[in-house]
Design a protein. Structure first.
Length: 166
């Protein structure tokens, strides 16, 4: 073999070695990043659960309020359901009496605290409310700022507390 071929083979071996080393390092980076990705995925899921809960709570139509509140309660803890039960009757009665309808626009959702299996989210939303109460059929916008306490249960995020904040 000529010197030129030998040099070419050496260069090729070095390039292949560098490529393999790069691939090995990328594999280690991917493995190391998995736990952080897992946390990010769980945090995203908690934020989505908080947004869905606020949407279900605020997006009310007087013609179907019972079913809507029941659907909202399906993603809550038993403790929250017990605490919220007396308010369901009041919300239902007032929504029907006023013939209210509210359409929700979510503005922002973010986690204010995070621990393994628990999170607190802040949700900013506006509702466009239509009501027949008081002789007006006008539509008005109502701003909401809600803090949602969440707990993870079997891979699902459940609402354990809901507070209105300013």
């Amino acid at each position: 073999m000529s010197a030129r071929v030998n040099v070419g083979l050496v260069v090729l071996v070095l390039l292949l070695g560098a490529a393999l080393a790069t691939l090995a390092l990328r594999e280690q980076d991917t493995t190391a990043a998995a736990p952080a990705d897992s946390v990010a995925v769980r945090q995203d899921a908690a934020q989505r659960a908080a947004a869905d809960q606020v949407r279900a709570f605020l997006d009310i139509d007087h013609t179907d309020v019972d079913a809507q509140l029941e659907e909202m309660l399906e993603t809550t803890t038993p403790r929250f359901r017990r605490q919220f039960a007396p308010q369901v009757r009041t919300i239902t009665a007032e929504t029907r009496r006023r013939q209210s309808t509210a359409d929700v626009t979510l503005l922002r959702v973010g986690l204010s605290s995070w621990a393994d299996g628990a999170a607190t989210a802040l949700v900013a939303a506006d509702t466009a409310v239509t009501s027949a109460a008081g002789g007006t059929d006008g539509r008005r916008t109502v701003p909401w700022r809600i803090e949602v306490d969440l707990v993870e249960d079997g891979g699902r995020w459940l609402t354990d507390g809901l507070r209105f904040v300013n």
